[in-house]
Ligand binder design. Structure first.
Ligand code: GUN
Length: 279
């Protein structure tokens, strides 16, 4: 029997716990945790993601500050806004929605965020902490992936995990996080030779390639746990990087798309905001 791990259900449970925790914080006379999300321009996908984050914050009692800036905003203007957020003691977490317009240098912007408020875990200080296995902010999607594996009752210690994809937001940090938890990790990417043979060795497959339904049963070892991080739109319908119907019978655990990793990412953003608040 294949077990489906629903991220929306797991996220709801974690959010309910956080809501109680925040209620308690406020009842004791403390201010609410606060997340500031900065959006430059009106990219429809980004607008939708930002709305989702705003809604999730409000649901559990985190104060949400949304700063929407016009596409023409200059790098200097954005840096000045981030500086103000860095100085503002009532803001715990800062997230600059990516991608940014081409005239703004993403690295310069990320580096300008106070590492103690970097709930995205993208600042070099937090990246270095992840790589030296020190406590810092870890990107939200990798955290969500770990929670889902844990929910499946799988201990990654000693397991062979094959990660397909090496992006700075998902593939790279999730690989390191798994390694920090004593998994044996193989990182695959677009230049990997004989990808199928390597994937077939994985007790766990973490798929973040960005290609709709690319992973079919030929890539999956019998009884593997398959975590699908992909979000693709095919003929107006959302689907993952895994061909769900094709691989279903072959795996012991699978995450769907939608209702899989996606809701966990936002949930972990809330967790990181709460962590920033306590710091
Ligand atoms: N755009 C798509 N995913 C993300 C994310 O995790 N963080 C930020 N800042 N922007 C994104």
């Amino acid at each position: 029997m294949t077990r489906v791990i629903y991220g929306n259900e797991l996220a709801k449970r974690i959010k309910d716990e956080m809501a109680i925790e925040i209620k308690d914080i406020v009842a004791k006379g403390n201010r609410r945790p606060c997340l500031c999300v900065i959006l430059v321009g009106e990219d429809p996908a980004s607008v939708s993601y930002v709305k989702g984050k705003d809604k999730a914050c409000k649901e559990i009692g985190i104060e949400s500050k949304m700063i929407s800036l016009p596409f023409e905003t200059t790098q200097e203007q954005l840096l000045s806004i981030i500086d103000r957020c860095n100085q503002d003691d009532t803001i715990d977490g800062i997230l600059v929605q990516l991608p940014l317009p081409k005239h703004i240098n993403e690295k310069v912007i990320i580096n300008s965020i106070d590492p103690g408020k970097d709930v995205d875990g993208l600042h070099p200080v937090n990246v270095a902490k992840l790589y030296s296995n020190e406590d810092g902010f870890i990107p939200c999607t990798p955290l969500g992936v770990m929670k889902m594996i844990e929910e499946a009752g799988i201990n990654v210690d000693g397991k062979h995990v094959v990660v397909i994809g090496r992006s700075k937001l998902v593939g790279s940090p999730v690989s390191r996080l798994l390694l920090n938890n004593n998994a044996t990790v193989t990182m695959c990417h677009s230049h990997t030779a004989d990808l199928k043979a390597i994937c077939k060795q994985g007790d766990i497959l973490v798929v973040c390639v960005g290609k709709a339904k690319m992973i079919t049963k030929e890539y999956v070892k019998d009884g593997a746990c398959v975590i699908d991080v992909g979000v693709n739109r095919v003929n107006g319908k959302l689907c993952g990087d895994v061909d769900y119907d094709d691989v279903f019978d072959k795996c012991s655990v699978i995450t769907p798309v939608p209702k899989g990793v996606g809701p966990m990412t936002i949930c972990m953003l809330l967790k990181n905001t709460l962590k920033a608040y306590y710091k």
